[in-house]
Design a binder for this molecule. Structure first.
Ligand code: MEV
Length: 428
């Protein structure tokens, strides 16, 4: 069987699928039908999605959920979330409601500066490179004037161009380190276009431009979100747990993540459950957000928690500081109907407002995880939510699902336990 192909991208969608079926699937496989079942019957809408990438053969659904009752800087929000993990939206909803009766979340944007770099090599002396840069600086800015025109009208543009001598790290290596304000757009295309224009202007004999590209590491595009309350208010009224002991335990959970990278990675993964879900729902680039967040978590030289906790003078404070390069205009934000819906649901936020909302979602998720981990453990809630997945896998009917959800209300959910209960139900 030949599984190599040239000219695949030129095939029609049907031809692509037919080739895949022939090369990788058995005759009479249901796979072709599965792929087609996920095509949207609205041809225009399907074409829109087909054109996002190359070689689209179908769509891949992820659930789109909402977490209501978030009070952020005294505004009420229902947060859209796209995620496959059973317990994430449920946890966010619980925590949103919990903090809405304790003053809500407070969030502040600490900076919005983005970064791009022209990386180049030269054997010229440092002094000669510096002199050349000084001589060229004005022209570099001039070379971007047409590209930055609209952005400047919106209050953004290039903030500074700096020459950085990196020869102590790598022989002959320098860079033009450029900082940007991109207002409500994430700005990737804008930044890259500016950098390429700068590079063209800067290039000359004896200078080898290696590459010009934005940096997804944006430690000065940072947002802070926090919650605080009296320690005695930290648990629901119905709880029998001692709040002071619980607050200390919670603080220790964060402290452990600060000294133990194995724990920090899982701790931050939980934060990213919330962050990525909103980033995806709003049509933003979750890979950029992920890579930056983890680099930021390691900025001290040790990979640490992105959240912090303090218990002082009877007050519990819990906060996150995270870089978030996102946009509310451009990219997929207006193009993807569901991203557009998400932004409308959030009352068409500015990029700064969306940074705050996303940081809150991350903080809420971490609060939910640490609360569960330091009290009941994570599996109880998680398996309750996962129950539906197991029942769907078993092919349970609506009526059977209802019965089994009721049955498992007061007993622990395990895969084998559900299987057994389902078989029993089937035989009565
Ligand atoms: C699971 O997706 C996320 C958690 O593991 C996060 C954590 O341990 O803090 C629950």
């Amino acid at each position: 069987m030949v599984r190599r192909i040239t000219g695949f991208s030129k095939f029609s969608k049907e031809e692509k699928i037919d080739w895949l079926m022939k090369a990788f699937f058995e005759e009479k496989s249901i796979s072709k039908e599965t792929l087609k079942k996920y095509w949207n019957s609205d041809v225009k809408l399907q074409e829109l999605h087909d054109d996002f990438i190359e070689n689209t053969i179908s769509n891949f659904y992820l659930p789109f959920g909402v977490a209501p009752n978030f009070l952020i800087n005294d505004e009420e929000y229902t947060i859209p979330m796209v995620i496959e993990e059973s317990s994430v939206v449920a946890a966010a909803s619980l925590v949103g409601k919990f903090w809405s009766t304790r003053g809500g979340f407070k969030a502040t944007v600490l900076g919005t500066t983005k970064v791009g770099q022209v990386h180049f090599m030269t054997k010229m002396t440092s002094k000669a490179v510096e002199d050349y840069f000084e001589e060229k600086k004005e022209d570099l800015l001039k070379a971007t004037k047409a590209i930055t025109k609209n952005m400047r009208k919106r209050g953004g543009g290039i903030l500074a161009i700096e020459l950085r001598d990196k020869t102590s790290d790598l022989e002959n290596y320098y860079q033009l380190h450029v900082t940007f304000e991109t207002k409500d757009s994430m700005g990737a295309n804008f930044i890259n276009s500016c950098l390429e224009a700068i590079a063209d202007e800067f290039e000359k004999e004896g200078i080898q431009i290696v590459m010009s590209i934005l940096s997804n590491y944006v430690p000065e595009c940072v947002v802070r979100a926090e919650v605080s309350c009296k320690v005695e208010d930290l648990l629901p009224g119905s709880s029998t747990i001692d709040p002071t002991e619980y607050a200390e335990k919670f603080k220790n959970a964060v402290a452990i993540a600060n000294v133990e990278p194995h724990r920090a990675v899982t701790h931050n993964k939980g934060i990213m459950n919330g962050i990525d879900a909103v980033v995806l729902a709003t049509g933003n680039d979750f890979r950029a957000i992920e890579s930056c967040a983890h680099a930021y978590a390691a900025r001290s030289g040790r990979y640490k928690s992105l959240t912090n906790c303090e218990v002082k003078d009877g007050i519990f404070r819990f906060w996150i500081e995270i870089p978030l390069a996102i946009g509310t205009v451009g990219g997929l934000t207006a193009l993807h109907p569901m991203a557009k819906f998400s932004l409308e649901l959030l009352q068409n936020p500015t990029a700064e407002e969306l940074m705050k909302i996303i940081a809150v979602a991350g903080l809420a998720q971490n609060f939910a995880a640490l609360r569960a981990l330091t009290t009941t453990g994570i599996q109880k809630g998680h398996m309750k939510m996962h129950l539906m997945n197991i029942l769907n896998q078993l092919g349970a009917s609506l009526e059977e699902k209802e019965k089994l959800v009721k049955y498992f209300e007061h007993i622990p959910v395990t895969h084998s336990g559900v299987q057994e209960a389902y078989q029993k139900l089937k035989t009565v």
